[in-house]
Design a protein around this ligand. Structure first.
Ligand code: SPV
Ligand code: MN
Length: 613
């Protein structure tokens, strides 16, 4: 096709490498036209999307779209990390040779955007001026307008980010082609989809979806997989699926920053958007930086670990978001925020949206309500009555600026100094409310053995975890042994070490199953204890698996937890822990080249548990 140079020229995109790249893919995909997108194009693109019916109005300044029914989430089975070096194969990265994947993707993408517009989305996954800027630049090509609209919310988008690059060739080439969604055999043996990061070529080739991380390539394909690989290859930084918050003690004026990883469905977004509980709100303020990705580097000047959130927005799970679980999220998607909702329930008459857990009961008046598939709820048969109105992975997409407690320095290119790194799963027993870890290798070991409870009812193994190292299992881009070594090296090089901790808000009573800890805002309390421990203002109680709070050390002003429940969540079940250690050993044995320090940490914890009897 012709006109690539003219389109890029009109947008002021002069970078010759970008021109060559766009020309190549426009030709291969057969796109009818090329259009460069900047954040300032948002209103026009929204208008076009509304006119086409691709998006629907959802109240003032809010929009709604539905995805193809078989295209509602990331597909881990179809996701591949490719390089030219077979030694890059790990347990979780689905490594394949680059020489095999590139032709395969080109074949699928050939002519697949015929008749469509190819949107050229130049973006930056970092605040401008960040020391990690050279790893943050990318140009996404997409044949889907709604994807471009999502990118504008989730990344800093504009031609100037790419034209001003010191090294004009240093940008991630991120190609997204939707494909004919009705004919891709999603989830069948003939599945045509492929989501590939060619990490050593800094190229991302995603074919066969227009949903979430499959299609918004700045987010997890670049922000996590590519960035983790770049961080390792350069030795400079870590890219992790971490939330990032600030805590200010308004009495002392001290400011702290905590980042941490939680497997899916462990409340990471709720934690990131947490407000201080009412009883502590006069003293402590919690600021939001990010809910999904953090890049960590050590500053050579002061030897501290600095973190940035490379994203510009939140792509949050709608399910169960309400005034109690996450009032901040509700405010972030309020009228006038430009929020895009995907796959929630939608009322064609009132333009309201609803999802399971938004309110206790669904709207009583069914008039106008369509479920996420677009079917009228009122027409449901008795059999269909129990089906959710919204897809469980339905989402809201909103920019960071809409988050009411966004940290004032969230756009600081330097990032913020990290005091603590936490990991947390969803464990119904064994894991106490919080256990602090002061040793680096034991902290990394804890991250590597992070997991979410398997659906053990189905699998028949009570308490068995689906391990999700550092909550990076779906985003690992290089071997786990090297990953652990890289962590030890980067964090170990910091003159000022963070404290680690493992947290668990989800312990339940063995008899009636009630949650032993109220969670949500009250989760600030164990974090405050952790910071006091680090400052030497709390001593805690040493256990084989870390330091846990002494009972009088948690600020429980306004908490209703009973003394018995508190006793349970602040104690260590040695027998259960010993069982877990056996599983951990099997889990870690999969990884080749795991540093000896990690095995030593494992053996130290195991020996301490043995000695505790
Ligand atoms: C996740 O699944 O962890 C996400 C959403 O953050 S997606 O971008 O779709 O991967
Ligand atoms: Mn995520």
């Amino acid at each position: 096709m012709t006109g690539v140079d003219a389109a890029l020229g009109r947008a002021g995109l002069t970078n010759g490498h970008v021109r060559e790249y766009v020309r190549y893919w426009a030709e291969l995909t057969g796109a009818a036209r090329v259009e460069v997108v900047s954040a300032s194009d948002d209103a026009r693109l929204i208008g076009e999307g509304l006119a086409d019916g691709e998006i629907l109005p959802a109240g003032e300044g809010r929009y709604y779209s539905r995805s193809y029914v078989k295209d509602t989430a990331r597909s881990e089975e179809r996701t591949v990390v490719a390089t030219s070096n077979p030694a890059d194969k790990g347990v979780y990265n689905n490594w394949r040779p680059a020489s095999e994947m590139r032709p395969l993707l080109e074949e699928r993408m050939l002519g697949a955007s015929a008749g469509k517009t190819m949107y050229v989305v130049p973006y930056l996954m970092a605040p401008a001026g960040s020391p990690l800027e050279r790893y943050a630049a990318g140009v996404q090509l997409t044949d889907c307008r709604t994807v471009a609209l999502h990118m504008i919310r989730m990344a800093r988008v504009g031609a100037h980010y790419i034209d001003s690059l010191a090294d004009q060739n240093s940008f991630v080439r991120a190609v997204h082609v939707t494909g004919d969604l009705g004919r891709l055999g999603q989830g069948t043996p003939g599945d045509q989809r492929y989501f590939v990061t060619v990490a050593d070529e800094r190229a991302i080739l995603h074919f066969g979806s227009s949903y979430g991380g499959n299609a918004l390539l700045g987010k997890i394909a670049h922000g996590l997989r590519q960035a983790a690989y770049d961080g390792w290859a350069s030795g400079e930084f870590l890219a992790e699926q971490f939330m990032l918050i600030g805590i200010t003690d308004q009495l002392t004026g001290k400011r702290y920053h905590i980042c941490g990883g939680f497997p899916s469905a462990s409340g990471k977004t709720n934690l990131a958007m947490m407000l201080a509980p009412a009883a502590l709100g006069g003293r402590y303020r919690v600021d939001f930086y990010g809910d999904d990705i953090a890049w960590l580097r050590v500053d050579p000047e002061d030897g501290r670990i600095y973190a940035i959130n490379p994203e510009f927005g939140v792509f949050g799970v709608a399910k169960d978001t309400n005034e109690v679980t996450n009032p901040t999220a509700l405010a972030s998607v309020a009228p006038g925020t430009g929020t895009l909702f995907t796959n929630v329930a939608y009322n064609v008459k009132t333009h309201e949206v609803w999802w399971e857990g938004r309110t206790k009961n669904p709207p009583a008046d069914l008039d106008g309500w369509l479920d996420w598939k677009g079917n009228p709820v009122a027409d449901r048969t008795a059999e269909q009555a129990g089906e959710p109105w919204a897809h469980p992975n339905s989402r809201f997409t909103t920019t960071l600026a809409n988050v009411p407690n966004l940290a004032p320095d969230s756009g600081d290119p330097t990032g913020v100094p990290i005091d603590a790194i936490i990991f947390g799963g969803r464990a119904r027993d064994r894991e106490p409310l919080i256990r602090a870890i002061t040793d680096l290798a034991e902290g990394v070991y804890d991250g590597l053995t992070l997991g979410a409870e398997a659906t053990f009812a189905a699998e028949g193994v009570e308490g068995l975890l689906r391990y999700d190292p550092m909550s990076m299992r779906p985003f690992m881009s290089y071997p786990e042994g090297a990953y652990a070594a890289h962590w030890l090296k980067v964090i170990g090089s910091a003159a000022s070490q963070p404290i680690f901790a493992h947290v668990n808000w989800f312990q339940r009573d063995r008899k009636d199953g009630h949650y032993l800890w109220p969670g949500y805002r009250d989760n600030l309390r164990p974090l405050l204890w952790l910071l006091r421990l680090k400052e030497g203002e709390a001593r805690g109680r040493q256990t084989p698996v870390g330091v846990i709070p002494a009972k009088d050390e948690l600020d429980l002003d306004g908490v209703t937890t009973t003394p018995e429940d508190l006793e349970t969540i602040l104690s260590i079940d040695t027998a259960r822990w010993k069982q877990e250690m056996k599983y951990r050993e099997q889990h870690l044995e999969q990884f080749t080249g795991l540093p000896e320090e990690i095995w030593q940490a494992h053996r130290r914890v195991a020996a301490a548990l043995d000695a505790a009897d």
